[in-house]
Design a protein around this ligand. Structure first.
Ligand code: NAG
Ligand code: NAG
Length: 460
């Protein structure tokens, strides 16, 4: 590439900044990702600093505009969980983004969510993926800092993309984003009361952690009913030591001998050769597996060597790819699916967010909780119980009775809606990462969610 004179860049910058209001995003525009097929939509990626003045904490985003007529489509923020897993690597490149890495090239995903929306993938908090913090005083992250940083990120991102500020905004994500999303939405509602900035129209939570005891303790029955554990192990897993107690002890570094014995039995019977994020799958694919592994610690965490080689990890660690993405490695030697440097207050997992979800519903924000029905990490039964309980507490009656929904001529799952505002849906045959394992069904679900319509009742 020929050298470009700095003055030329300055002139281009000056002229473009008076020319259009979108100029701040120009620097973040992706010309072409290595190995990418020709597409008609624009992509952007880069950094937004989220601290005050010092510019030491910066979050990395990847933004894909809608394939057709982006100006008429909503803005969707997607967040993965962990805590510590990347929305770029898991969400965009393995789940619902426009491309999936395959060897040296990117293959088009026919069920990409940018067929329906402009999708913004955020690596959060600082320390995850390409996001970084060089401020040594903020080492430990937690739910509160994450929510605040995410809010600042969005406000400042809108300065780069002012054309999206008034746009209908939805937030979606999965797993530990069951904490991130309600907490961020809550801050947005508060912020809107001072000055209306966010046009928030709904949130969707996939296999989310909403109340950890209910979520985790539904695992025993899920294992047992899927034949992964024996009757006797089910008995001790529900009486002697349940899973929420084990996790709580584990995170406090004080696993009792009782729980250790019970988990030993559970681990032995379920076998490490079954992926807990999809009990019907034979092998794991590490970029999607990593997220459920963070949330669900196993006492025996030997490396599982039947994993496929991870295409996403290879792709995102290429220098030419990082250059095309305007990404930098700060404080890490390589890009990782789930951060190895992030220090997160893990006990935050015990903070219930289901009550925040309730307050959002009371503010008139539609909420969808959806469950891949093969996931044992956050099983559908726990989520269904929590949503049903919330509807009762809020006095919301059933408006769509529990029924199947269709994708094409097949049952895509089951759904129930309360008060036309709080919805629950399962996705049949889907894992913890729904758009990864059931891309077509997940797109039907996503479309209905954006349009505020019940899921298809008849086959088509
Ligand atoms: C799980 O174990 C804890 C601690 O022993 C107990 O308080 C809780 O009620 C148990 N939950 C279930 C669903 O069994
Ligand atoms: C819900 O159903 C109950 C019992 O039929 C009824 O009394 C109540 O008014 C309904 N609530 C709403 C908000 O429609």
């Amino acid at each position: 590439m020929p050298m470009i004179h700095p003055l030329f860049i300055l002139l281009v910058f000056l002229s473009s900044s008076v020319k259009t209001e979108c100029s701040l995003s120009d620097a973040d525009k992706i010309t072409q990702l290595p190995g990418q097929p020709q597409v008609g939509f624009q992509q952007f990626s880069g950094y937004v600093t989220v601290d005050n003045n010092k510019k030491e904490r910066a979050l990395f985003y990847y933004f894909v505009e809608a394939e057709i007529d982006p100006a008429s489509k909503p803005l969707v923020l997607w967040l993965n969980g962990g805590p510590g897993c990347s929305s770029l690597g898991v969400g965009a490149f393995s789940e619902n983004g426009p491309f999936r890495p395959n060897g040296d090239i990117l293959v088009k995903n026919d069920y990409s969510w940018n067929s329906e929306a402009n999708v913004l993938y955020l690596e959060t908090p600082a320390g995850v993926g390409f996001s970084y913090s060089t401020d040594s005083s903020t080492t430990t992250m937690n739910d509160e800092i994450t929510a605040r940083d995410n809010l600042v990120f969005l406000k400042r991102w809108f300065l780069k993309f002012p054309q999206y500020r008034q746009r209908e905004l939805f937030i979606t994500g999965e797993s530990y984003a069951g904490h991130y999303i309600p907490q961020l939405a809550h801050l947005m509602i508060q912020s809107n009361k001072k000055q209306k900035i966010f046009n928030l129209k709904g949130i969707a939570l996939g296999n989310p952690v909403l109340e950890y005891a209910t979520d985790f303790n539904s695992r025993a029955e899920f294992f047992w009913s899927h034949g992964l554990i024996s009757d006797s192990t089910y008995n001790i897993f529900t009486s002697v030591c349940n899973y929420s107690r084990y996790v709580s002890e584990y995170y406090r570094d004080s696993v009792s001998s009782l729980c250790s014995r019970v988990m030993g039995e559970v681990t032995k019977e379920t076998s490490r050769f079954v992926d807990k994020y999809d009990v019907t799958l034979d092998v794991c694919i590490s970029s999607v597996f990593a997220q459920s592994k963070v949330i669900s610690p196993q006492q025996v965490s030997r490396r599982i060597d039947v994993c496929l080689e991870d295409e996403t990890v290879n792709y995102l660690n290429r220098k030419d790819v990082q250059k095309a993405l305007h990404a930098r490695l700060v404080g890490v030697r390589k890009w990782d699916v789930c951060s190895s440097i992030l220090d997160y207050e893990v006990l935050n997992i015990e903070i219930p967010t289901i009550s925040l979800v309730g307050s959002l519903v009371e503010e008139g924000i539609p909420v969808l909780v959806y469950s891949g029905d093969q996931d044992s990490v956050i099983p559908l039964t726990g989520s269904r119980t929590l949503v049903c309980g919330l509807a009762k507490r809020l006095g919301l009656n059933t408006t769509v009775p529990y029924r199947v929904w269709f994708q094409g001529q097949q049952v895509g799952g089951w759904t129930q809606v309360y008060g036309n505002i709080l919805s629950f849906a399962t996705i049949r045959g889907a894992s913890h990462e729904v758009p990864f394992s059931q891309p077509e069904r997940s797109l039907v679900l996503f479309k209905a969610f954006l349009k505020g319509r019940p899921l298809p009742e008849m086959f088509s």
